[in-house]
Design a binder for this molecule. Sequence first.
Ligand code: GRG
Length: 307
Amino acid sequence: MNASTDPTPEHRRKSQERDERWLEEVRGRFENVLRARLTQGIPVDPRLEEAMGYALLGGGKRLRPLLVYTTGHAFGIPVSMLDPPACAVECIHAYSLVHDDLPAMDDDDMRRGRPSCHKAFGEAMAILVGDALQSLAFISIAEGPDLPDAVGMEMMRILSRAAGPRGLVGGQSLDLGLQHLTVDEIDIPLLTRINHCKTGALIQAAIELGAVLATPDVATRAVLTEIGRDLGLAFQIWDDVLDARAETNASAGTRDAIPTLVDLLGLERSESEVRRLESRVLESVVGIGGEVGPLQALVQAMLRHRS
Ligand code: GRG
């Protein structure tokens, strides 16, 4: 960019404010869409509905739906057409948190500043909530209005891969296996793999889901996959950095003796790895073309603070 086209600091500040406003508006709108999705055609048991609402609607930054919306926006897809995959990815995320908090998994009593689902509703109900949210994710796409069948199928493929044995569930399984390894057997490639499956796969899927309606070509899809991979890894390392900084390894639950990537890399190297990945993502995002400001603002927010 030459001096005549380089935006002034004032221009940059204004467009950043505009992008952040866009994100807030879309996030606010999404809360209503998600609530409507939950109550649509559900359920046979009001107690199940209440517990699902507790898990799905009680807070959360909605980062994955926002990735769907911002990526779709870059491709010129109207926000309302992205509601089905946005709801779907948040349902999978919410289910994974409910199941992850269970005593048999990470055994966390608190989630989003209040009792976790099994503490509020009991373990059996929390298992059902996770199961039901997982189904609701796929129902959201299957019943998505105006989604051509081929697009719906592609969305199902992307989401089920990210959620299944090569994604979330596989990552959780590898994570459970860490308990049986000595500290010397836990290395950077293994933790990177786990991070990719547990955290990165769904983030990558959110980005891919946002683009499906635009039927991107093979090269663009490869760029999106790479963006999702880098962002997912950066997000998890950043989460661990924040935990390490706060000296409360909240995400490790009862198994806090198990090292994270930050323990192996060190705080300084971890932070510079996050910034390296962030720069790469921001640069690649420009290559998508279209209005990428909200996506860039979201990426930066994901890797700056936790609120
Ligand atoms: C139980 C199948 C199964 C999988 C569990 C999601 C997961 C795998 C574990 C959760 C614990 C963990 C360390 C997740 C890392 C990703 C992460 C930082 C999740 C929190 O995501 P945010 O910050 O949460 O988007 P909110 O509350 O804002 O939705």
